[in-house]
Design a binder for this molecule. Structure first.
Ligand code: NAD
Ligand code: TYD
Length: 350
């Protein structure tokens, strides 16, 4: 039986990837390695936890000897690497943690794979999941291509850029079969409510201020998380080794326009008067080094591998809002305890 190691499978995107692979490929054994940081939550994948082709491993990718030991024990054929520290604001407060997990953790995985595969790379693959933020910031025009030069600005994007470079270096130096994808902002069920969309849905529900950074003019390209998982599946199986694929939603929004869409939908959902939720909008100090615009050109993925987003944004955002409103317990569980402290530290002086 083929064995795939998926890292970060208790997180937001990882949980959707694990579910897709466990349910679509019953003849493949999926190992989900996750440290269960504040962002990792086994509740995200409770529906598949007893599947015969699924094993959860609790561990830290920064722990080199541990990573080596699980590769030796389970002899994985492939890796799909998503585990990371993923929030820009946290990276501004604590860059070193991002270096440890995103850079050192990735190199530990590469080393363990190289060691176990003994430089015989037939039918092996190291798939590294990355972000469009490595390309830096766009002005009003243009889009990120796979050939766009890296220009990261935040400690988060710098650590992801560094990990991408290491993955390519292992391909160039040791001949490791690799593939990398760089995706735009994801949204959907199970996202930790420190990121814009779930944070704002949760704050509107509890009548808390909506902290808009700067003037709300920054632009992001939003993709429904299940479509990202589908893209990873297609690239894993049919992508060309050594290549990079950009994944985007063709769905650019200024933050403020997006927030207004969420406010209107939440007014409807909560039976509030139109305009009620918008009153919660509060402009706060801008994020340091805040990238103005991200936009992905995913033509390579669409033409070469016949992928395209399955959902229009209107449908995706409605599904997302419904999910958070129907899963109040999930939200309550993760926004208790440490989350409260994070929230007051992050927003008190803004
Ligand atoms: P997330 O923060 O929701 O989940 C990260 C997961 O990694 C968590 O389950 C966490 O417990 C685990 N993890 C963290 N440190 C670990 C460690 N040292 N060892 C083992 N596990 C550890 O992140 P996400 O939004 O699901 O992002 C997943 C990947 O996709 C990341 O690599 C991120 O850079 C990339 N990405 C995210 C987005 C986005 O919009 N969220 C967009 C493009 C790319
Ligand atoms: P975020 O979800 O943190 O994703 P990223 O920074 O990786 O793009 O933020 C999305 C956009 O929303 C970004 O331009 C920052 C902005 N933002 C706010 O205005 N207020 C907030 O409280 C948060 C978390 C983000």
């Amino acid at each position: 039986m083929k064995k795939i190691l998926i890292t970060g499978g208790a997180g937001f995107i990882g949980s959707h990837v694990v579910r897709l692979f466990v349910t679509t490929y019953p003849d493949v054994h999926i190992f989900n390695l996750d440290k269960l940081t504040y962002a990792g939550n086994l509740e995200n994948i409770s529906d598949i936890e007893s599947a015969a082709n699924y094993t959860f491993l609790k561990g830290d990718i920064v722990d080199g000897p541990y990573i080596q030991s699980i590769f030796e024990e389970h002899q994985f054929d492939s890796v799909i690497h998503l585990a990371a520290e993923s929030h820009v604001d946290r990276s501004i407060s604590n860059p070193l943690e991002f270096v440890m997990t995103n850079v050192v953790g990735t190199v530990n995985l590469l080393n363990a794979a190289k060691h176990i595969w003994k430089d015989n790379f037939e039918n092996k693959l190291f798939y590294h999941v990355s972000t469009d933020e490595v390309y830096g910031s766009l002005g009003e025009e243009g889009m990120f291509l796979e050939s766009t030069a890296y220009d990261p600005h935040s400690p988060y994007s710098a650590s992801k850029a560094s990990s991408d470079h290491f993955v390519r270096a292992y391909s160039d130096t040791y001949g490791m079969p690799i593939v990398i994808s760089n995706c735009s902002n994801n949204y959907g069920p199970n996202q930790f409510p420190e990121k814009l969309i779930p944070l704002f849905i949760n704050n509107i529900r509890s009548n808390k201020p909506l902290p808009v950074y700067g003037k709300g003019e920054n632009i992001r390209d939003w993709l429904f998380v299940v479509d990202h998982a589908r893209a990873i599946d297609v690239i894993f199986h049919n992508g060309r080794q050594g290549e990079t694929y950009n994944i985007g939603g063709e769905n650019e929004w200024t933050n403020i326009d997006l927030i207004q869409v969420i406010c209107k939908a939440m007014d409807k959902k909560l039976g509030r008067e139109t305009g009620e939720s918008e009153k919660l909008i509060t402009y706060v100090t801008d994020r340091a080094g805040h990238d103005l615009r991200y936009a992905i050109d995913s033509n390579k993925l669409m033409t070469e591998l016949d992928w395209k987003p399955s959902l229009q944004f209107e449908e995706g955002i409605e599904k997302t809002i419904n999910w958070y409103m129907d899963n109040e317990e999930w939200m309550k569980n993760i926004t208790s305890g440490d989350y409260q402290k994070y929230y007051s530290d992050m927003y008190q002086d803004r």
